[in-house]
Design a protein around this ligand. Structure first.
Ligand code: ADP
Ligand code: MG
Length: 239
């Protein structure tokens, strides 16, 4: 069963159509990567899946239930952005526990989940620090930890590594791959314009061009049999 199904999804801002009829499935537990040039609609598509933007037409379903009208908080998703937007006056622990506290978890539940996520992300020594006392890579891991503690069914990542320098980008990419392996049934949808990230993280890659799906396939399928020069240019050539 598909975890997430998009059927002829369209999105316009005023008269400007940005997503032009996208139909695809994202399977349970899959690591799906959206790639494509700047402005092709990657972030918009993620925001439609998350519910942060309303769909203009088409059907979005999770586990065969239509969620077009469901509020973001009811979709069982967590989103990690490029700008991690931590609360500057709160400790790492409180940043990670904040969403859980809001949804009524006890202090004990918060502590247990935060400590577990911190362990997964090598953040255990830093729980009492403030964000400004961390490196950029550590801060982005806190943002990922904040998503983990909510125990989502689906993680959405929008270019989470693009503010990091190249060494940290590689390290954090490996963390994300490890996270996916350790969370078997968690579906991950990941947006990037970085071809290496796409090739190394993805179970399948969806190449978007101007609001339309050009091709979906495994990294190897896209590499070996791109169905257009556009896909070949995006996947096959070194950055
Ligand atoms: P990507 O993430 O692939 O770079 P986006 O999804 O951010 O692309 O944007 C796709 C197109 O939609 C761009 O032309 C962008 O200017 C436009 N767009 C995105 N959000 C809005 C908005 N809220 N209002 C108007 N236009 C928007
Ligand atoms: Mg974007």
């Amino acid at each position: 069963m598909a975890e997430i199904r998009l059927e002829n999804i369209r999105k316009s801002f005023g008269a400007f159509e940005v997503i032009k009829g996208v139909t695809m499935d994202i399977r349970r537990g899959e690591f799906m990567v959206f790639v494509g040039p700047s402005g092709c609609g990657k972030s918009t598509l993620l925001r439609l899946i998350s519910g942060l933007e309303d769909i203009t037409s088409g059907t979005l379903s999770f586990d065969n239930k239509t969620v077009n009208q469901h509020a973001p908080s009811k979709r069982g998703i967590a989103m990690v952005f490029q700008s991690y937007a931590l609360y500057p006056h709160m400790t790492v622990f409180d940043n990670m526990a904040f969403g859980m506290k809001l949804s009524g978890s006890t202090r004990g539940e918060c502590r247990q989940r935060v400590e577990q996520a911190a362990g997964m992300l090598q953040l255990s020594p830093y729980l009492d620090r403030l964000p400004r006392q961390l490196s950029g890579g550590q801060r982005q891991r806190v943002a990922i930890g904040r998503a983990i503690v909510r125990d989502p069914k689906v993680f959405l990542f929008d270019e989470p590594l693009s503010n990091l320098d190249s060494a940290l980008r590689v390290a954090t990419r490996l963390e994300i791959a490890k996270l996916h392996r350790s969370m078997n049934n968690t579906t991950m949808v990941y947006v990037t314009h970085d071809q290496v990230e796409a090739m190394t993280l993805a179970d399948r890659i969806c190449v978007l061009r101007d609001g339309v799906v050009e091709q979906i396939g495994t990294p190897l399928e896209l590499y070996e049999s791109p169905n257009s020069v556009f896909v070949a240019g995006f996947i096959g050539s070194p950055k």
